[in-house]
Design a protein around this ligand. Structure first.
Ligand SMILES: Nc1nc2c(c(=O)[nH]1)N[C@H]1C(S)=C(S)[C@@H](COP(=O)(O)O)O[C@H]1N2
Ligand SMILES: [Mo]
Length: 217
């Protein structure tokens, strides 16, 4: 009798699947979007309206590079990994679109200032122009970028940027209208042309782009 019980147990375990084969495929657990952070309620990634000039862009990260050129001593092309290989920062910042909606998001990114230190900005540079995969562009004063610790985000609410939201990088242009928040950034030019006009700016939107200022003109 003493020997029989373990055999029954073994059979029971086998039939219940406990000793069955371990499947060799890995089940991916869905990462969860952060919606509360330090007592603050955040918007959701799903709250954005998709109104990009050419629809969502799907950037192949293996052939991707972030090209920093123009008025710099060491113009440089960073792979995604090289760009991410530096101090990371996070901050809750709200995006306000001129169309009347907004989204409060926890952004995680790298400082443009750090990238600029690496390429050694020439003293005559005063403007930063951002170019994107879909042909979009926009610009900001260099001083604004440096003084406000402006970040290039690769995560929002704890998740890697989805393709529709600008993967691999979106500019977090704090206190500026949404049209300054360039998605799918492929190149950054250091320029001495403060009057450069990006996609929406050349179609009548204000070049300063302050949320507290005018939308047009
Ligand atoms: N490359 C690119 N970036 C872009 C845009 C665009 O069309 N192309 N639209 C801008 C605008 S008008 C807004 S409000 C923000 C957020 O747009 P979304 O809701 O389509 O993400 O992205 C900005 N960045
Ligand atoms: Mo917008």
């Amino acid at each position: 009798m003493r020997k029989i019980i373990p055999i029954f147990l073994l059979l029971a375990l086998l039939f219940s699947g406990c000793l069955g084969q371990v499947p060799d495929s890995i089940k991916e657990l869905q990462a969860v979007e952060i919606r509360d952070y330090n007592g603050q309620n955040l918007s959701s990634i799903a709250d954005f309206r998709e109104n990009s000039i050419a629809g969502p862009q799907y950037v192949d990260i293996n052939s991707y590079s972030l090209n920093i050129f123009g008025l710099a001593e060491n113009q440089k092309e960073f792979s995604y990994e090289q760009a991410l290989n530096r101090q990371k920062y996070s901050k809750i910042v709200t995006l306000y679109c001129v169309e009347g909606w907004n989204a409060k998001i926890l952004w995680e990114g790298i400082l443009l200032k750090d990238l600029f230190e690496e390429v050694k900005v020439k003293p005559e540079a005063n403007t930063v122009i951002f170019y994107a995969y879909d042909g979009y562009s926009s610009s900001l004063p260099l001083n604004y970028v440096l003084e406000n610790n402006i970040i290039l985000a690769y995560k929002m609410n704890g998740l890697e940027l989805p393709p529709e939201r600008g993967f691999p990088f979106q500019l977090v242009a704090e206190d500026k209208w949404g049209y300054k928040w360039v998605k799918w950034i492929t190149a950054i030019e250091l320029s001495n042309d403060p009057d450069f006009k990006g996609y929406w700016e050349s179609r009548g939107y204000n070049n300063n782009g302050d949320v507290s200022g005018p939308k047009f003109g």
